[in-house]
Design a protein around this ligand. Sequence first.
Ligand SMILES: [Zn+2]
Length: 150
Amino acid sequence: MARNRRSTDQERYLLLKGMLRERRREVQEKLRSLRETLPVEAAVVRDSEEQSVDDFVTEVDMALMQMKSETLSKIDQAIARLEDGSYGLCQECDGEISAARLKALPFAHLCRACQEEAESTLRAAREAKAFARLQKELAHVTLRTPTGRR
Ligand SMILES: [Zn+2]
């Protein structure tokens, strides 16, 4: 029986590894095409509206690229965990990540509970950051208001 179990594990391992590799290739492909579409230089003089649309597109592309890079490193980490045998275990609480969750998110490194916890922490941090930025902008506006005139 032990032998059977080992070969099932081996199969699952190979299957997962193949899938992760495949996903990795896809993401890398997308990253490459994104890099190619990014404007290299803005030597041409354009009106400001056009410029800001371009800026926006670049910003979106950058965000997308960052997301892709993050996905890539998650995939790499999942492959590393497969190799050291910790795949499928929550990195936070060492609990087992449910099979359904792994099926939907093959490179999940947290169980659902820990993920939710992490997300709410992240959300709180983002909100705090957004608020700080807003405060800074408001301070800036106040600074630029001409003084001494009423
Ligand atoms: Zn957990």
